[in-house]
Ligand binder design. Structure first.
Ligand code: GZL
Length: 333
């Protein structure tokens, strides 16, 4: 082999040394660049629970997207209890995960644990729902739907579909709210109340939480029917699961859902499309749970040092019964 000139030989030796030292230091985890290249990103995700078809689809989307992205997912189901979510976040901090994602069951009570994550240098992504905290530096982005707009869209469908009813005759609405204190419950109520101002005949006569699940939705609707009898014209449910439970109560009371009582709900899960095809639900306002791919891309962007937008809004539609049969085969959740 031809001998290298002294200067070139020195460069070769230095090159070999630096490679060896990088390998040695890397073993100690001290070299940020090279070692990070093949180290798996670890994401800690605190999920609310499994209270609805929407939530089940949301969890499936996040788990499959993490697998697809080669991200190690630590998934914690809180059974809809805030204290379990806070415990999960503290465990993620102790395990020194790279990123934390949180779908907060309610809007308040997060400041302390989010400050602990910040102190530990772990970025937090809010997914699905947001929090009410004055210090906005406690999370890097919120990705999810505009719940106020979803409430407005539900009201817009109603205003458009009662025009032919007798002028001056009150149109009595009962409302099944989502989980008390949850962002989608607060905002869907706000948007709907804003939207029905367009028609003075529209009045919410009863409003109570069904906690986003079918059983409670049915139970509360039974109470509404007992109290209001045949004087209910419309049901507005903050999610499809409560609407589906309420539909059972309406039928058991001998009334026709979607005819005697208009039924309006939100999410756009398969169960809602099936209820529309069966002629028992009038309209569902879409709220996509398929946040997994967006979440994983944001995690990767964060770890690559890219800036991510403070707010990522999911685009959604409105699906009345007339399109349900055509749309049902295309639905992904
Ligand atoms: C909305 C989500 C809500 C759904 C419910 O993004 O937080 O929680 O509308 C679910 O079905 O329980």
């Amino acid at each position: 082999m031809r001998q290298a000139r002294p200067a070139a030989r020195r460069r070769l030796v230095l090159g070999a040394l630096s490679t060896a030292s990088i390998a040695a230091l890397g073993g100690l985890g001290l070299v940020p660049g090279a070692m990070a290249a093949d180290k798996k990103i670890v994401l800690g995700f605190s999920q609310i629970g499994a209270e609805s078809e929407w939530r089940t689809a949301n969890s499936a989307s996040i788990k499959s997207a993490a697998k697809e992205a080669g991200i190690e997912l630590k998934f914690a189901d809180a059974q809809q209890k805030q204290e379990n979510q806070i415990k999960a976040l503290r465990a993620f901090i102790a395990q020194k995960v790279d990123v934390i994602a949180l779908s907060p069951v309610v809007e308040t009570g997060w400041g302390t644990v989010l400050r602990e994550a910040k102190a530990a240098g772990i970025p937090v992504i809010l997914t699905d729902r947001t929090v009410q905290e004055t210090d906005q530096s406690l999370w890097v982005t919120f990705m999810g739907s505009d719940f106020v707009e979803e409430g407005r869209r539900a009201a817009r469908w109603l205003v458009d579909n009662v025009k032919s009813r007798p002028a001056g005759k009150e149109i009595r609405i009962v409302e099944l709210q989502g989980t008390v204190g949850a962002a989608p419950a607060l905002d869907r109520k706000k948007g709907f109340e804003e939207g029905i101002k367009a028609d003075a005949r529209l009045k919410i006569v009863r409003s109570q939480t069904g906690d986003f699940n079918r059983a409670k939705g049915k139970e509360v609707m039974e109470a509404f029917l007992k109290a209001e009898g045949r004087h209910i014209d419309v049901l507005y449910a903050h999610n499809d699961d409560m609407a589906i439970g309420a539909i059972q109560a309406i039928e058991e009371a001998g009334l026709k859902p979607a005819k005697d009582i208009l039924v309006i709900s939100i999410d756009g899960v398969k169960g809602a499309f099936q209820a529309m095809v069966a002629g028992k639900l009038n309209v569902t306002v879409e709220c996509s749970p398929l946040l997994g791919p967006q979440l994983m891309q944001t995690v990767k962007d964060l770890k690559a040092g890219k800036t991510v937008p403070r707010r990522i809004v999911t685009e959604e539609g409105v699906f009345p019964a007339e399109v349900a049969a055509r749309e049902l085969p295309k639905r992904k959740y």
